[in-house]
Design a protein around this ligand. Sequence first.
Ligand SMILES: Nc1ncnc2c1ncn2[C@@H]1O[C@H](COP(=O)(O)OP(=O)(O)OP(=O)(O)O)[C@@H](O)[C@H]1O
Ligand SMILES: [Mg+2]
Length: 388
Amino acid sequence: MGQVTDRDQILKALEVVIDPELHRSIVELDMVRSIEISPNGVVDVTVSLTTPGCPIKGHFQSAVAEAVTALEGVTHANVYFDVLTDTQKAALQQKLGRGSLPAGALAQVANVLCIGSGKGGVGKSTLTANLAAALTAEGKRVGVLDADVWGYSIPRMYGLGATRPPVSAERKIIPLESHGVKVMSIGFFVEEDAAVVWRGPMLHKALTQFLQDVDWGALDYLLVDLPPGTGDVSMTLAQLLPQAKFLIVTTPQQTAQKVARRSAHMAHKVDLEIGGVIENMSSFTTPSGERFTIFGEGGGNELAEELDVPLLGKVPLTMPLREQADGGVPLVIVDPDDPASQAIRQVARGIIAMSPVALPVLPLVEVAVAAAPQEETRKPVGMSLPMA
Ligand SMILES: Nc1ncnc2c1ncn2[C@@H]1O[C@H](COP(=O)(O)OP(=O)(O)OP(=O)(O)O)[C@@H](O)[C@H]1O
Ligand SMILES: [Mg+2]
């Protein structure tokens, strides 16, 4: 048989190995670092991973071995791993078509916090809306970006209907304001209950616009309410906002925590720092003082320990928190003493304590100068969000 297989054949065979999180072939993603073929038919393949502790190593191990040994003349395949260098990672991001925001776009925003979870319905949006109110009550300037383009719920929680945000003379979209919080959501642009279908590039563009073409002004915190799961939105935002921190919401039970862990791995994968864990729906206390741990106990703590980040708080289940989410004013504003409000206010204080102290004057001056020329040359895209 002689030299049975060549490098190209092996590369071709490896095209079937898909990175389960990036949904592309490892060949296309340039993750095949080296291929060595011995005359006896043993093939050594080295695959570069984005992080050393990549949880899907096993997947690559078996998929690569299977694809290579299926080739004629291959007697055995060894799979080795190394980690992408920063340059290679940047090239990978490029390949995924994700450019970063133009310099200065969010320069007046001191902290960006993405609130995410693996699972739906754990209270991301409720916590985002209330955390924003709690940070505002602490004297911070806060914006909320509703990045859940499919299931946006922030407008309702802030009592904002389908009012279209105005556009400034500089052709920037001005966020709506409710209770001192600047709010932006796709819900302001679409008919209520209209199904929005987002394909990759459009989604990327809309999120880019939300960050680049919205006049957020000077903010201490921009909170980003993520959709459930670890999909495209998180990836896009991670690329656009490399300085953002992830806050992971989980319920106390083991299964939820497992799913939340997946979103943590995702955050690692795209190099986002995890700022902390918030446990929601922690327990329920009856009016007579009896405490029930409806969704179990300990999940938040365990996840925080595992990720080596702080557990920022445990927010109990309370009826008013749910009612107010539907009622249009965050509970933290209506009843700051409700047990859920108290827990959320404590989370807010924890966030403030862990945020770097911004230099108040100097960066703002620089920004104004740097942003000006770009403003004039950029195409006015403020109104081109894909909505009815
Ligand atoms: N601590 C709590 N006590 C009582 N109700 C809560 C609590 N947290 C959330 N809820 C309720 O649970 C439901 C789901 O919450 P929410 O919409 O905030 O979750 P989500 O994680 O944003 O969901 P999705 O994944 O769909 O975006 C809402 O009805 C909300 O009012
Ligand atoms: Mg939500």
